[in-house]
Design a protein around this ligand. Structure first.
Ligand code: SAM
Length: 225
């Protein structure tokens, strides 16, 4: 009989396979393209020509980026750093590092845009959700999606009280899945900011983008990052 346990087991196997594939890929890259500098963590990236690029940032997005970066330079997340207390395999204060980490820039975006509805994809330990929440206007809300319930996420920095105010909600579901996406599309259509921080494995992102292309955002000119 196909039960919820069986479905979870299958999901676990697929995730394990995805992680194994990523580790093999990283090992191969390290062998073929060794890093010229020593660092705790590194990713390969590519630089493309701009003259034949398929899209250009609008003036609004450029200004938003500049304003948010200006805010990020004075934002202080040390209260949230206090939530980490050795739970991660990184120095606690990594999230307050800017430039370098994305948290202060995310906070800057919220300060500048004053969004009413924020969708996050990828809750994990909850650090970006807490950052979004800290700078949200009084009538704003954050819905954070993940496939793992926050209480079961190893090293979670979230607490029950974060959800008590009603400004933060978690929803479980894979928005790369067409059916799940259709169920939640209204929330995405109405969002002011969609922050995607789920697996960057080239599979999830492509499926999510294909789904996003089927909807018309109501708040065009807002930030979908
Ligand atoms: C990089 S972590 C997110 C980090 C978090 N945003 C932060 O800054 O604190 C990626 C998260 O994506 C979640 N995830 C993996 N596949 C997913 C999917 N298909 N849909 C939603 N979340 C997914 C993982 O469980 C993990 O919690």
């Amino acid at each position: 009989m196909f039960t919820v346990q069986t479905a979870n087991w299958v999901l676990g196997q697929v995730q394990d396979f995805g992680r194994l594939r990523q580790r093999l890929y990283n090992a191969l890259q390290r062998r073929l393209l060794p890093s010229p500098v020593k660092a705790r963590h590194g990713n390969y990236s590519m630089v493309y020509s701009e003259d034949d690029s398929v899209s250009r940032p609008s003036q609004r997005l450029l200004e938003l980026g500049i304003e948010s970066a200006r805010c990020a330079s004075t934002i202080d997340l040390s209260d949230l750093v206090g939530r980490i207390r050795g739970r991660l395999r990184l120095p606690d204060n990594f999230m307050n590092l800017w430039p370098g980490e994305h948290y202060r820039l995310l906070a800057g975006l919220v300060q500048v845009m004053r969004p009413k509805r924020v969708i996050e994809i990828g809750t994990a330990e909850g650090l970006s959700a807490l950052t979004l929440l800290k700078y949200l206007p009084e009538d704003g809300s954050v819905v954070t999606f993940d496939i793992v319930p926050w209480r079961e996420y190893p090293g979670t920095c979230l607490e029950e009280s974060d959800f008590a105010s009603g400004h933060l909600h978690q929803q479980l579901g894979d928005l790369a899945d067409r059916e799940v996406f259709m169920r939640h599309q209204r929330q995405l259509i109405e969002a002011d900011i969609v922050f995607v921080d789920a697996p960057k494995d080239g599979i999830f992102d492509e499926r999510l983008i294909a789904n996003l292309q089927t909807i018309q955002f109501e708040k065009i000119g807002r930030a979908h990052v």
